[in-house]
Ligand binder design. Structure first.
Ligand SMILES: [Zn+2]
Length: 345
């Protein structure tokens, strides 16, 4: 559909809404948004922004669709889970059916110091769909450094929280949460569960903030740490104030998460009895060759996007960039050893 017709027809109800209007719709059509993490929150963000007519959506996720995702990750289907499609690819397939005018840029990747700045390059707003603090500090550092607005959001159980960060204008994530909660101290969706309604609430606020930022309606931003518990019926807003002069990120310009660190190539995936290993050098895996090599040692299956290998109590899922998820252990040393043994380095 050409741009004129779409403003008048497809987006007519959004254009009628005074907060957006025709001028705002044109800004949405010209915008590029980055969604980091395409699980429950990311699915909800992606669908809403795609339907709203954001010109370009860049979606990055490191995982693949599993049956336990389907209860709340609304972009995915049973077929996606059966095919074990990477979430970024499955999301792109469905989003293109929802709105073929939107350019979808899927990235199957682990977001880390080596790619975050490239990923946010050219994006007007970054919307958080991740599930861990380490990645959020990384997003915060990159967005503060490049003066890119980003919208933090998290949900677990029936509780959710969100905050909009405008670098050097509002407090940043590091101003508000100086340190991440210690590993394994906080409940996660894999230990405490999560219900879909809280996902919808948090995502609805995040997406609305993104629409306000893109259309320039910054006076309407909520300017707070907004918290909800949809089961306990609690809704709270805490003012976040202005940037803190002693904040390492927005006060002092020290972006520690953007610096390479030899120890960050392995990460325990909390509550999943799994460890992710990233290769130290960029590479591309030939699945056919690797499958041949692994076949004598266990059961191997692969598709265009990933290879799965079972050996004894362990299962390795290998992506095209050689990043692997080792299941059956929460020990980095064990996972590294299996990786070295079967995938090589
Ligand atoms: Zn700060």
């Amino acid at each position: 559909m050409d741009a004129e017709a779409s403003v008048n027809d497809r987006y007519s109800r959004q254009v009628l809404f005074r907060g957006i209007s025709e001028e705002g719709q044109r800004k949405l059509l010209a915008a590029r948004v980055l969604i980091i993490g395409c699980g429950a929150l990311g699915s909800a963000h992606a669908e809403a922004l795609c339907r709203a007519g954001i010109g370009r959506l860049r979606i990055v996720d490191r995982d693949f669709v599993e049956p336990s995702n389907l209860q709340r990750q609304t972009l995915f289907t049973e077929t996606d889970a059966e095919k074990r499609l990477p979430k970024a690819i499955a999301a792109a397939n469905h989003l293109r059916e929802i709105n073929s005018d939107v350019q979808i840029e899927p990235h199957v990747a682990d977001v880390n110091h080596s790619n975050i700045e490239q990923l946010i390059d050219g994006c007007d707003v970054v919307v958080d769909g991740t599930d861990n603090f380490a990645t959020r500090y990384l997003i915060n550092d990159a967005c503060v450094k490049h003066e890119t607005n980003w919208i933090y959001g998290a949900a677990v159980g029936s509780y959710g929280v969100t905050m909009t960060i405008r670098p050097h204008q509002t407090a940043c994530l590091r101003c508000v949460f100086e340190e991440a909660p210690p590993v394994a101290s906080a409940p996660t969706c894999d230990t405490a569960g999560v219900i879909m309604p809280i996902i919808n609430i948090v995502s609805a606020v995040q997406v609305t903030e993104a629409l306000k930022l893109i259309t320039g309606r910054t006076a309407e931003l909520h300017r707070s740490l907004m918290q909800f518990d949809v089961w306990q019926n609690e809704w709270r807003k805490i003012g976040i104030g202005t940037p803190h002069a002693d904040c390492p990120a927005c006060g002092l310009g020290q972006f520690e998460t953007l610096v390479p660190d030899a120890t960050d190539t392995a990460a325990v995936l909390c509550g999943r009895d799994a460890v992710q290993i990233s290769p130290s050098q960029p590479t591309t895996v030939d699945f056919r060759l690797l499958a041949e090599r692994l076949r004598p040692a266990g059961e191997v299956k692969f598709n265009e996007y990933l290879l799965r290998f079972r050996t004894g109590p362990f299962e390795l899922t290998v992506f095209q960039d050689a990043r692997s998820i080792v299941r059956g252990t929460d020990q980095i040393a064990t996972a590294r050893s299996l990786y070295a043994k079967y995938i090589g380095n």
